[in-house]
Write a protein that binds this ligand. Structure first.
Ligand SMILES: *Cc1c(COP(=O)(O)O)cnc(C)c1O
Length: 353
């Protein structure tokens, strides 16, 4: 086993996928499984599919290409607005994309015509979180323009909250989509197939039965991959947590003072640091650092171990209160949050199992 490494419990991810898919199906909602949080790690993606997810989404073309290379042939959507620099790959490797700029959709149309493909477009609507999306009052107009573009299938509209502005989903903001879809249908005489209402943070609303009827898709990453909902700060009922464990090894174990000796300047990242003098403490250094992962993205499974800090490659733990015996060579295990998962799966220094 190479260290540091993350250990992905694909059985748990599969069961989480099944739970989330069933939870949504009961209310007529399909799940687009979002793979970006784990860099589309193939075994995790396959677990999602085994759990009943029939459609995938990722924000990075590179991940989508990798999934195609791994033989995954279900529909995949690019869920970040395509860059003008990635139009060709978007048309080639993704079945559809989330969009908010007419100029981008026009380029997708041209490229799709050239490659003799149909590209599906979900138009994003900004209902208040102020990340991506067209403002509600502009949606009907832009839809008319999209409908005229060759080789583009206008699949529907979508929204995203809880990401930049921290706005929580509500009956009111999901209802905006439903009303807009109705307006589009009346004006253009088409049926709006997909109403993509949001992400993991919407599951709480779904559970309470407060999602506006008519929403028929959610794009779910975190609830499947980790069983958590960071925005509502709780686990998703019926799912399993601790799907991913990080392991690394102790490289130094010594008893040292807790207050640095000498004149204190700034740390390795230019930050001013403060220390509490707790006298001598037993400290372990593990092979891991901020180059691998932000400090608040992981937590020691043994709760008596405290993370004191880390430079690029050295993480210092206070193990004074730890019940298990620790020595040089001991393996320390951590649970990871969404941010930790993102960092760790992106790092080339972390082996995945
Ligand atoms: C990341 C992302 C999601 C999934 O979010 P989770 O909180 O992981 O469920 C859905 N939609 C868009 C547009 C995203 O960028």
């Amino acid at each position: 086993m190479n260290l540091p490494s993350i250990h992905v419990d694909t059985k748990k991810i599969q069961r989480n996928a099944k739970t989330v898919v069933n939870m949504c199906k009961e209310q007529g909602i399909e799940v687009m499984g979002i793979t970006k949080g784990i860099c589309a790690y193939t075994p995790a993606v396959q677990a999602m599919l085994k759990g009943g997810v029939a459609k995938l989404g990722d924000s990075r073309i590179k991940n989508i290409k990798d999934m195609r290379k791994a033989g995954i042939n279900v529909p995949i959507y690019l869920i970040r607005i395509p860059m003008l620099a990635e139009i060709e790959d978007t048309v080639k490797f993704a079945d559809g994309s989330l969009n908010s700029e007419l100029i981008v959709i026009e380029e997708l149309s041209k490229k799709a015509a050239l490659l003799n493909k149909i590209h599906k477009v979900i138009l994003m609507v900004d209902v208040g979180d102020l990340r991506e999306g067209v403002l509600p009052e502009d949606v009907v107009d832009i839809t008319g323009k999209i409908l005229r573009l060759p080789n583009i299938e206008f699949e529907g509209i979508g929204t995203n909250v809880g990401c930049y502005g921290g706005v929580l989903p509500s009956y009111e903001n999901t209802k905006i989509l439903v009303d807009l879809a109705e307006e589009i249908e009346n004006k253009y005489g088409i049926s709006v197939k997909t109403l993509s209402g949001g992400s993991t943070v919407n599951l709480e609303l779904l559970r309470k039965g407060e999602i506006a009827p008519g929403i028929n898709q959610l794009r779910i990453g975190e609830a499947i991959l980790l069983g958590t909902d960071i925005k509502n700060l709780k686990p998703i009922p019926g799912t399993e947590q601790n799907t991913i464990i990080l392991k690394t090894q102790v490289i130094e174990l010594k008893t040292k003072p807790s207050y640095p000796i000498g004149k204190i300047g700034r740390d390795a990242f230019g930050k001013t640091v403060h220390f509490e003098d707790k006298g001598n403490r037993k400290r372990a250094i593990v092979a891991l650092g901020q180059q691998d992962c932000g400090l608040d993205g992981i937590a020691p499974i043994e709760s008596s171990i405290e993370i004191l800090g880390a430079s690029s490659d050295h993480m210092i733990l206070d193990v004074t209160e730890c019940k298990q015996e620790i020595q040089v060579g001991s393996i320390i295990e951590f649970n990871v949050s969404y941010g930790g998962m993102l960092d760790l799966t992106t790092s080339k220094y972390i082996e995945k199992y």
